[in-house]
Write a protein that binds this ligand. Structure first.
Ligand SMILES: *[C@@H]1O[C@H](CO)[C@@H](O)[C@H](O)[C@H]1NC(C)=O
Ligand SMILES: *[C@@H]1O[C@H](CO)[C@@H](O)[C@H](O)[C@H]1NC(C)=O
Ligand SMILES: *[C@@H]1O[C@H](CO)[C@@H](O)[C@H](O)[C@H]1NC(C)=O
Ligand SMILES: *[C@@H]1O[C@H](CO)[C@@H](O)[C@H](O)[C@H]1NC(C)=O
Ligand SMILES: *[C@@H]1O[C@H](CO)[C@@H](O)[C@H](O)[C@H]1NC(C)=O
Ligand SMILES: *[C@@H]1O[C@H](CO)[C@@H](O)[C@H](O)[C@H]1NC(C)=O
Ligand SMILES: *[C@@H]1O[C@H](CO)[C@@H](O)[C@H](O)[C@H]1NC(C)=O
Ligand SMILES: *[C@@H]1O[C@H](CO)[C@@H](O)[C@H](O)[C@H]1NC(C)=O
Length: 363
């Protein structure tokens, strides 16, 4: 069974609310919404939190660390997964990955389309010297022997370069710059089983050896998971994705699922627009860019505001002692207004980032 189908079944077992997203509209049966394209060539380093308009965490959570995106199984039923919101219609996916070591644990990098064309890299946790390659056309899994097995050293402790090069004629799996497998269109049942529809990029880790899974799956995963020996972590350091088309969207014009039926809608993709968007500057960055004079001004202003507040308080008390009742009431209302204004100012100031980070006492 295709990896991501197994994962979908697993999500159902877990009762994950995101399970629905695994069975999106099937373009072989229905008219589906167009798929957003990537339409460019871009690299992402996963050393900071990614824009969720581009990389969407679909289950569990991803830990963005200096060394990359960490997908961890810490306890029973954990299975963090993430996917691109964009689709590519033939192209290159270059992922630099450390697999998770451990019986029953499966790490994966998957390209998958809405009609279940699938291209896989997968690592089964009991063997840290092996990566498996696989493919499926329209989710057809009737034949065995699709899987390829490739030697790779220390796949759990070292990042390796796993690259998929996908055109309408052939599919190649490259490992650290070496071509390890080629699948030609005609060799996949005359193209019938050949992945050929717009696909998104998915990363995930999964306890395939959970006792709740079918026996066959547990065996394939190298036995049952020992949840006490975890956490089990897959790390994705960076990824480059090159879409061989440069449009805005992909449209299935019929239910054939053939690449000829895919219409490329011209325009700039939303991902390209998102990438080109100048990131809004944080208050901290704005603060850093201010000339020193302006900073001093703000420090002094803040200090002055503080002094005013205190001075105001003292004057208020001195005045109160001198005033009659009516005057007192009137003044009190006025003071309350002023004080509220001051408080609002202060609250706004404290809430702003430079209130926390930029402000330093004036010496
Ligand atoms: C794709 O992007 C990478 C860096 O992100 C760059 O090194 C490479 O040359 C680009 N390839 C093409 C064909 O533009
Ligand atoms: C992430 O990695 C890139 C490329 O190696 C580097 O330029 C950047 O400073 C890093 N960012 C963080 C937040 O570590
Ligand atoms: C995320 O990773 C950092 C650095 O490896 C680690 O210190 C932290 O505990 C992790 N957080 C979670 C929630 O796993
Ligand atoms: C599924 O693939 C097998 C070969 O692996 C092929 O014989 C069969 O016709 C395919 N089924 C469909 C429905 O395409
Ligand atoms: C791990 O995989 C490699 C490469 O396929 C293979 O040579 C080796 O025998 C496997 N080791 C185990 C313990 O299965
Ligand atoms: C990763 O492998 C691909 C395919 O061989 C190659 O084009 C790319 O330059 C490699 N990336 C790095 C960083 O070496
Ligand atoms: C997608 O293709 C169908 C069938 O050709 C067509 O009716 C529809 O208008 C197309 N959608 C877009 C957004 O172009
Ligand atoms: C696409 O983006 C480019 C540059 O950002 C712009 O010049 C062009 O008008 C845009 N095209 C469309 C169809 O929006």
């Amino acid at each position: 069974m295709p990896l991501w189908n197994k994962l979908a079944l697993w999500m159902a077992v877990v009762g994950s609310v995101t399970a629905q997203t695994w069975t999106d509209c099937d373009p072989l049966k229905k008219t589906c919404p167009v798929a957003p394209a990537l339409g460019t060539n871009h690299s992402w380093v996963f050393n900071k939190t990614m824009d969720d308009k581009i990389w969407s965490v679909t289950n569990g959570r991803v830990n963005w660390t200096d060394s990359g995106a960490e997908f961890s199984i810490k306890k029973k039923l954990d299975s963090p997964t993430m996917q691109s919101t964009f689709f590519i219609f033939f192209g290159i996916v270059e992922s630099h990955v450390k697999m998770a070591k451990g019986h029953g644990i499966v790490s994966s990098v998957v390209l998958q389309s809405a009609d279940r064309d699938e291209i896989d890299w997968e690592w089964v946790g009991y063997n840290t010297s092996e990566v498996q390659s696989n493919y499926f056309g329209k989710g057809n899994d009737t034949s065995f022997g699709r899987g390829g097995f490739h030697y790779v050293e220390n796949a759990d402790t070292e990042f390796h370069n796993y690259t998929t090069h996908w055109t309408q004629e052939k599919l190649e799996w490259w490992l650290d710059g070496n071509l390890v497998r080629t699948l030609k269109y005609e060799d996949a049942v005359d193209g019938k089983n050949y992945p050929q529809t717009p696909s998104n990029v998915r990363f995930g880790i999964w306890p395939a050896g959970d006792p709740k899974n079918p026996k066959g799956t547990i065996e394939w995963a190298g036995g049952e998971v020992d949840y006490n020996a975890g956490p089990y972590t897959m790390v994705v350091k960076n990824v480059r994705v090159h879409d061989f088309h440069t449009g805005k969207e992909y449209n299935y014009t019929d239910h054939s699922g053939s690449w000829e039926s895919i219409q490329v809608i011209e325009g700039n993709s939303t991902t390209v627009e998102e990438l080109n968007k100048v990131p809004p500057k944080s208050m901290g960055e704005k603060w850093k860019e201010l000339p020193t004079a302006a900073k001093t001004g703000i420090y002094c202003g803040a200090a002055a505001a503080g002094i005013l507040l205190i001075a105001g308080g003292i004057i208020y008390f001195i005045r109160q002692r001198k005033k009659g009742r009516l005057e007192y009431a009137l003044d009190d209302a006025k003071w309350n207004n002023e004080r509220n204004e001051m408080n609002n100012l202060q609250t706004t100031w404290k809430a702003s980032e430079w209130g926390h980070k930029g402000y330093q006492p004036v010496h």
